[in-house]
Ligand binder design. Structure first.
Ligand SMILES: C[S@@+](CC[C@H](N)C(=O)[O-])C[C@H]1O[C@@H](n2cnc3c(N)ncnc32)[C@H](O)[C@@H]1O
Length: 65
């Protein structure tokens, strides 16, 4: 699935559409972390690098599968 729990009532479904972040794969040793933030009343998922990521390196975050 391409689902991400935003809060108790909403999920993000990156299947039909989304930005480039929907191509980020899962890893237990992820180089990025997610953070849920509120912008003008709407919740968004931010993807932040945990370490330096070189050009051409794959971006991973932990899906908590
Ligand atoms: C948000 S998408 C990631 C981008 C996807 N790999 C693609 O090419 O469009 C999530 C899906 O990618 C696959 N995936 C993500 N991380 C994976 C991993 N570490 N190993 C195998 N499949 C993975 C799974 O099918 C998952 O449901």
């Amino acid at each position: 699935t391409y689902l991400f729990n935003l809060n108790a009532a909403q999920v993000v479904d990156a299947c039909p559409k989304g930005n480039m972040s929907r191509f980020a794969n899962h890893s237990d040793k992820a180089n990025c972390d997610t953070k849920i933030m509120t912008v003008r009343g709407d919740q968004h998922i931010g993807l932040y690098a945990k370490e330096r990521i070189g050009r051409g390196e794959e971006i991973f975050f932990n899906y908590r599968w």
